[in-house]
Design a protein around this ligand. Structure first.
Ligand code: NIG
Ligand code: FE
Length: 401
């Protein structure tokens, strides 16, 4: 068994709350970390570092868990740069462009879709994203949703069936029939490749009754629930997610006090080091507000109510064409009243919670050896030096890229 020691770490963010400094970040100084068989085998002081077959000298830099991007739409064809330009000239974002991407995606070959997914997955990995969730939702036929998820499953185990993204043009005047298709043949064709089911619950997409019916069908087949909720306006999506025990409700841009209370009510307190979390996570996607020039969600309000918050990119060709978690961290700190520590936690451990994973987003023995060596002495630099490529090296499953 070959071992790899990451040595001479100036600041190690473990996300083991209560261990070391920095509250939930569990920061150790002058640390080292041993990797065996793709997992963290030991974490401790550099002075006590064990011998290993190979060694990486972090040279005093900060090391943190790889980013967990728990919300991305990577299976699509074409782009919508013109729509972006029109928005920056004053046009609002309505989600109407989704149908443009649906047309392009249906027309694309498997090879074209696979190439895009792999290109974006590689782009994200270079920027420190070691886990990425991938949704379907630009096929919206039985065959196109199934192939979208088949291709997504080639690069990620975190795959989500989003057949209920919008009602496609050919069903525009009979949405009930489309819901029947999604709950029946489409779900059955997609489920073998999907771990999660998601619905865009929003005015102009799916109302709460349709959303509930679709999510319940997915749950009956063993899929976990996530919801696109309260993105473009207030609505019932967040409370529906809580009602169904969703792992995550995503966007959360327009929240009432009742929505925040519903999320807070899912809190489960424990005697464990971090004191507990909410079983339904609020996943915030500031790239979407950036790219649609919309007001940002208020993360502080959620954090003050002790709701668990995750940050993700929402990478897609319409509302947020970025794969950069450092960019989202910087936006969250500047625009959403998060501290740098809260944003880094939300982009790593928060994403892991949103995917109900305890083997990622944390650096402790038996966790996946997914980690980032920064070109900086502290995690603070991710928000303090926005737009600067600070990812010096990424290790994925213990393998340096
Ligand atoms: O999460 N809101 C719904 N879906 C995507 C946008 C999709 C698009 O505009 O292509 C989102 O923002
Ligand atoms: Fe999305």
């Amino acid at each position: 068994m070959s071992s790899l020691l990451v040595d001479n770490i100036g600041e190690l963010v473990t996300n083991e709350a209560g261990r070391g400094e920095g509250g939930p970040l569990g920061i150790r100084r002058r640390a080292a970390l041993l990797i065996e068989e793709g997992e963290v085998a030991w974490v401790g002081s550099a002075a006590d570092a064990p011998a290993a077959d190979r060694r990486i000298d972090a040279d005093g830099a900060a090391v943190l868990p790889g980013f967990v991007d728990s919300h991305a739409h990577l299976v699509f064809a074409g782009d919508r740069a013109g729509e972006f330009a029109a928005r920056m000239a004053g046009q609002p974002y309505t989600g109407g462009g989704i149908r443009t991407t649906v047309r392009a995606t249906r027309a694309a070959s498997d090879g074209e879709l696979r190439a895009t997914v792999r290109r974006l997955r590689a782009e994200a990995l270079r920027q420190g994203t070691t886990t990425i969730e991938i949704k379907s939702g630009y096929g919206l036929t039985v065959a196109d949703e199934a192939r979208s998820l088949r291709i997504a499953a080639e690069v990620s185990t975190e795959t989500t069936f989003l057949g209920a993204h919008v009602v496609p043009a050919e069903y525009a005047d009979r949405p009930d029939d489309y819901v029947g298709l999604v709950c029946g043949p489409m779900l059955h064709a997609a489920a073998p490749y999907a771990k999660w089911i998601d619905v865009f619950c929003e005015r102009g997409a799916f109302d709460v009754d349709h959303a509930r019916a679709i999510l319940a069908c997915g749950q009956a087949l063993g899929l976990g629930v996530r919801v696109h909720a309260n993105q473009l306006g207030p609505g019932p999506g967040v409370r529906l997610g809580v009602e169904l025990g969703a792992a995550s409700v995503d966007h959360c841009t327009h929240l009432t006090d009742a929505d925040v209370d519903a999320l807070a009510s899912t809190r489960f307190d424990c005697m464990c080091a971090d004191g507990g979390h909410t079983t339904t996570v609020a996943t915030l996607l500031p790239g979407a507000e950036f790219s649609t020039r919309s007001p940002y969600p208020d993360a502080r309000r959620l954090l003050d109510a002790r709701v668990t918050v995750a940050l993700a990119t929402d990478c897609n060709p319409g509302s947020s064409y970025t794969s950069s978690m450092p960019f989202c961290i910087a936006l969250a700190v500047r625009e959403m009243r998060m501290t740098p520590a809260e944003a880094v936690w939300a982009a790593t451990a928060g994403g892991a919670r949103a995917l109900r994973r305890d083997d990622i987003g944390v650096l402790r023995p038996r966790a996946r050896a997914d980690l980032i060596i920064l070109d900086a002495p502290s995690h603070l630099h991710l928000a303090y030096r926005p737009g600067v490529p600070l990812i010096r090296q990424v290790l994925h499953n213990g393998v340096p890229l």
